[in-house]
Each structure stands twice: as structure tokens, then as C-alpha cells.
Ligand binder design. Sequence first.
Ligand SMILES: [Zn+2]
Length: 579
Amino acid sequence: MAHLSLYRKYRPATFDKIVRQEHVVRVLTNQIERGEVGHAYLFTGPRGTGKTSVARIFARAVNCEHPVGGSPCGECSVCRALAQNSLDIVEIDAASNNGVNEMRDLREKVQYPPVSGRYKVYIIDEVHMLTDSAFNALLKTLEEPPAHAIFILATTEPHKIPATILSRCMRLDFKLIPEEDLEKHLAGILDELGRPYEREAVAAIARAGAGSDRDMLSIAEMCLAYGDKLTYQGVTSVLGSADFTTNLALAEAVLSGDLSAALSAAEGALSSGKSAGVLLKDLLELLNQIAVAKMCANAEKLLALPEEFYREVERVAKKSDGRAVLRATEIFSAAESELRFASSPRISLETAVLRAAMPRTDTDPDALILRISALEKQLSALSAGAPVQSAPAAASALETASAPEREEDELPPLPEPPPFDDAPPWEDAAPVPPPAPKAAPRPAPLPKAMPADRTAQAPFAQPEEPPTSPGGGGDSPEALFGLFLRKLRKLPKSGVAYALCRDLVPGREGDTLVLTTDVRTVCDTLNSERHRPLMQEVFAQIGVTQFEVRFAGAPRAEEKDGIQQLREDFPGYPIDIKR
Ligand SMILES: [Zn+2]
């Protein structure tokens, strides 16, 4: 018995069996039902998304005597004749027949009327491969097609099609197929075949299909040949990424900055015969899984890993810093795309592993931010009275940073600031939230999140900023100001005020909350009629009645008049004021 590939065997015969491309199917079935079929179509989209399958169904449907829901009935005499063998549906692979002679031949033969049905349908696959003169010959046919001719041009690269051709075609874009749909399709086929499978195995194959039904089915076929039951283990060994444990050890070592462990894990993977390219791919996928496990509430379902693998991924995700994951991902994906130009893939791989594992020798901004945030954590630990760590802590801080004290990452994210907008807040129709009772409840402590938050956005704004007013607690100026910022950010049209307030340094003088800035414009703007009332209102909501925005250089109490200030700011310049 001749072997028939899964993809061929399960090639859809009707439109309802097409996976995912509902938008295309709807257009075509509507046209068939209304009898308003065009003469030229262009099907574009990634490989394996169903372009040829849809073209074949369409070619039969336009000829069918009694189409069912736009699909060929499969029973009428025409359907049966077309199923046998047909001169009326002509498929041309432009990749192998790209010359002007083929197109001239087509131009001649298209004139003969169809044998069994109403239409002669030409399906030209990979049409972008035609030569210029072949395109010209095709164009002549498209310009004056016989009434019985329909052309379906299919391509993965529509930008290579001349505009003269494009303008004569109805273009339909095929989309990549979501993993979920691929999964469903594969599970349906396996059920039909009566082959047992693990859900994780099907998910892994769907993922490897990367949006292409054809690719997925050919991978599935290899996996089915591997064993009677489709298992995750079997699938990963077929896909060449068997060594989950080795890969995880490597990722874990990289993320925790353990250089020697990282290098020896990479060494181990390479000496087991894995190529640098495959290893990088595996690492990237694993880092992605770690990121998902870190960020997504429903990660377990999203990843669909076997239980014990997921627990491991989750463990590494928990102890790793999110920024380190992102940074490692960037380094490895850059390395992967440079790999094909590299004279020694092995050295490229090891360099990437080194770079990703030792951020402290690296001067790119992400590495610096990692170092700063590690230092900051130490600083706040110090000001909270924690025992002093070893002196060259800057370096070792990195290791500890990725370990236990991670509350701030677990805090719920602040809402996005409103878009910048210069209109004053009162112009907005949204009602102002009612003021809280005077004796406002103490805000939930908003601990070290604020400094870290600010650092992440402007790492070098105020590097010498001292930890103001130690002791903390719900009453600390930082906590109050943090709460103020969060409330302010939620107000409509508070973008400008928020941006100006964000870098203020909170402190306390008696009963007054003092906010200092070293930018005079910021100070003046916030004290103006434009912003002060808004600040007042938001502060009132959290029970702060006395606050002051100060320019760091000049305490407000002794503020000089403007001219005096100018003279001080520019000593040695003659300042002459004309009144
Ligand atoms: Zn029919």
C-alpha cells in the first residue's frame, strides 16, 4: 500500500475543514453562492496556511452543479469528473516552470473551453518565482481573460509581484494558524486514526508547527513513527531538544550569574552532539517559558508542559530577576541571528553565554540597571537597619539580587500613566473622585517600590539621592508621596503633572511634606495655578493638608525676587533690566 502523508491524507475537501482562514473562506463562499466569481485571485500568506487547499476547493466549487454552503458537493457529475482527473483544473508550480514559454503555452490553452464544468481554473503556485517576461505574458492573459477562465495566484512573497498583476487580482491574505487551532486539528486527526497521545505532546507539536498546518502535520508524522503512543518525551527527542534538564541547568546558571556552571552546561550540551544553533533555539524557548511562568497567571495552561517540567521552569522563574531573563533573551536571539555569519558557531555561543551570565562586566544599559537595582536593594536594607554586607557588595549584590527579597516585583503593576496632554484637568468631563474623609485611613505601605520604579525609568537622574527619612512605615514621606503619585496617575489628563511630580524627592519638615526638585522650571510650574490645585486635591484625599514644592537650591522661605535670583545664578554677567 502506497504511503500517503498525513498532510495529503487529511487535505481538506470542503471549506469547513479549512483550519482558521474563516475570513478568506467567507469571501469565497459568498461569491460562489451569489454566482459573482472573479477572474483573478491572489492568495498570499505564510507557507502551510492552506492557500493551495483553498484554491483546489474553490476550483471544484465554482464548477459544482449543487454547491453545499459554497463547497463542492462531491456527488454531482462534474464533481465526480473533476475528482477523476481533470483538464479543467490546471496547477502550475512557478518555482519549476517560471519561464515565458510556460506562460505563452498557458495563454494559448486557456482559450479552449472547459471539458466538464463551467470554468477552467489555473492555480499558479509560488507565482513570485516567474521571470519578468513570464509575468508580462501572464499579464496579457489577465488583461483579457476568456469568460470561462479563473486564475488563482498563490505566493508567500506578495511584494515580489508586479503592480500591474496585483491590480488585476482580488487579494486574500492567509494568516498564520494559532497553536490552539493547530492543536485541535491534530487531536482530531489522531482521534480519527485511533492513536493514543498525551495532551502535552500534541501541544508541543503544534508549537513546533509555528503557525503552519503542513509543517505541523509533517512533524506529527515523524513523531508517530517514533512510537505507538505520542508522548511528550518522544516528541522532544524527535524535535532534537531532548535534554530539558541540561538546558534548564544552563538557563539557570546564566540567570543566576554562575559563570563556570553556565560554561560547563554549554560545553556538555555541545559535546553531546547538539549544534550551537539548536542549543540557542532551545535556550530561547526555555527563557520564553521562564518569562511566561514569571509573568502570567495562567502560565501552566499556556505552556502546557508536563507537570514535572513545569515545576522546574516555575522554580527557576521564581528565583530569577525579570530583567535578567529579558536581557539573556536579547543576547541569545542576537547571537542566533548572527550565527549563520559566524566562522565558529561554538565561540559565538560561548561568548553569548558569558555575556548573559556576567552582567557586571557589561556596560550596556540593562546590565547597569541590574547593578543599580541590586545596589538599591542593599541601600534600602541598610537604611532599614539590616546588617551591613561585605564591603565589595556592589559585585556580589547581583547574586543576592536574584535571590530572596523580591517583594517589589510581586507588587501589582501601576496603571499606565495617562497619555500626555496639555489640556487642564478640569476640561475633562470625568467626575473628580469625591474627597476622602479628613482622617484618611493610612495608606497601605508602599515600600521600596517607588525608588526602584523611578530608577527603572531614569537610572541616572539622581544617583546621589539619599534615602530620606529612615524608619519607613505607613507615615513616611516616601510612602505618602508614593500613594499620591499613584492616585495622581489614575486621574484623567494628569499626564503632565505626573511627569513633573515623578522625580520630586519627598521629605518632611514638621507637619509639612516637602517635595524638592533641582529643576527650577519643575518647581515653578508645579507651584503655578495650573498644577497646584490638582496636587492639593489629590493630597487632601490622602489626608495631607500641608505640602510644599521646593527648588533644591533655594528654600522657599528665603526666596529672592526674580532679578536677584538671576544675578545669583549668573554671577559675573552684567544684568540690566529694562522696565
Ligand atoms: Zn458537485
